[in-house]
Structures are given as C-alpha cells and as structure tokens.
Design a protein around this ligand. Structure first.
Ligand SMILES: Cc1cc2nc3c(=O)[nH]c(=O)nc-3n(C[C@H](O)[C@H](O)[C@H](O)COP(=O)(O)O)c2cc1C
Length: 213
C-alpha cells in the first residue's frame, strides 16, 4: 500500500485517464481488497444492495468498451451556464479533461480491468426520497472503491457514458436489468507514478452556505 495520509488520500484521488499502465496486470486479490473496503461504506437501512462486476476477459472488455465509446460519442445534455462557469473557471482544465477522455477512448479496451458498480433496485419514476436511498447506497461505496484503489497504487476514473446503453451492457454482463442498476464504469490499472495533486475547484466560500442558502 502507498504511504499516504488520510488527507492526501482524499485530496489526491483523481480521475486518471492517461497515467494508467496498460501492460501491467492487476492482481485480482487487489481488486478484492478494494471491494472489501468499498463495502464498509454507508448503506440505507443496512440493505447492502451493492454489487461490483469486474471484467478482465479481452473479448468482453472490448465489447463493453465499444458500448462505452458509443455512449461517449452520444455526449451529455448541454451544461447550464452556472456549471460551465465552474468547470471552465481555471483556464486549461477542461482542455486537459478532453485530452484525457480522448486517450481513454482509444485505450479503454486495453485496461487490465473494467469495474461496473451496481445497486439492486431501479429509480425510474421513484420519489426523491427513494432515489436518494438507492443512489446513496452505492455511490459512497463506489468512491470508497476508488480511494482504496489509489491506496493500492491503482488508478480509476469515474465514468457514466456506457449508461446511454445500459440495457445492452446488462445483457453483455449478465445483469438483470429489471432489478439491478449499473451506476458507473471505471477502468482499473496500476498508475504510472504515484504522485497526484489536489484538483482545481471553485472556492469553498462559493459552495458553503451557513444557516441558509
Ligand atoms: C457522475 C460522474 C460522471 C462522470 N462521467 C465521466 C465520463 O463519462 N467520462 C470521463 O472520462 N470522466 C467522467 N467523470 C470524471 C470527471 O470528468 C472528473 O471527476 C472531473 O473532471 C474532475 O476531475 P478530478 O476528479 O480528477 O478532479 C465523471 C465523474 C462523475 C462524478
């Protein structure tokens, strides 16, 4: 494990796209160790509805990467002005993100592992309280998985593009789409070097509201 303080761990776990070693295999035991940590995350009513699908077989990785690429090409909805202001606040940041996405686009199928965190339960049409309970019972675990990966010298990148075609990915991975939602897809690979820095963010004063918004 890397010798990182808790502060370093939570401030330097980045979306890693370029600095991933495509040629160094990842020991399955390391991924299992990350899932052991992930399942210590909070879970609504202690239901533990999480699952992690790990894909390492070349053909299946290639097929999943194809779905992801199509999703990436489909793009997202346009960013509201306020979000764009924050995203582009530091000149050059988004250019780097786009470069990274382009690299990931070309290399995703070559990653040693692709991990798809899932939650049992679907939220289409559900009340916000239900949605919060379901998403809130897998996203913290997903982030814990990524923190654990960083601790073990592995890089990850939270992505959601393949969810444009979630049903197709479910068929590929044998996931029961009626009962189980996929929530993300991350590559997992050893990082090239282990030094990462805090990301660029808008000032805390802009997002921290005391007593009322
Ligand atoms: C919900 C969510 C969806 C994301 N989707 C993608 C994606 O589809 N492709 C990608 O390359 N990065 C994706 N990212 C990574 C973000 O681009 C990244 O977190 C952001 O640019 C900040 O970079 P940093 O985490 O390294 O500070 C996603 C992150 C989140 C939290």
């Amino acid at each position: 494990m890397l010798d990182l303080s808790a502060h370093e761990l939570v401030t330097t776990t980045r979306a890693v796209r370029r600095r991933l070693d495509l040629d160094r295999p990842v020991d399955p035991a390391l991924i299992e160790a990350c899932v052991e940590i992930a399942v210590q995350a909070p879970t609504g009513r202690n239901r533990q509805r999480w699952s992690f699908v790990v894909v390492t077989v070349p053909d299946r990785k290639a097929a999943l990467a194809d779905i992801w690429r199509r999703g990436t090409r489909a793009g997202g909805t346009p960013m509201p002005e306020e979000d764009a202001r924050r995203a582009y606040a530091k000149p050059g940041t988004m250019e780097k993100v786009f470069d990274g996405v382009d690299h990931l686009y070309r290399t995703l199928h070559r990653m040693p592992a692709l991990v798809v965190p899932c939650v049992t339960g679907r939220t289409e049409g559900a009340a916000v309280v239900e949605q919060a309970g379901t998403w809130g019972s897998i996203l913290p675990a997903t982030w814990s998985f990524m923190l654990a990966a960083r601790l073990h010298g592995l890089g990850t990148c939270w992505t959601t593009s393949h969810l444009h075609f979630e049903r197709e990915a479910a068929e590929l991975l044998g996931i029961d789409h009626e009962r189980v939602m996929q929530v993300a897809l991350t590559p997992v690979a050893h990082t090239v070097g282990t030094d990462f820095r805090p990301g660029s963010r808008v000032p805390v004063a802009e997002v921290l509201h005391w007593e009322q918004w």
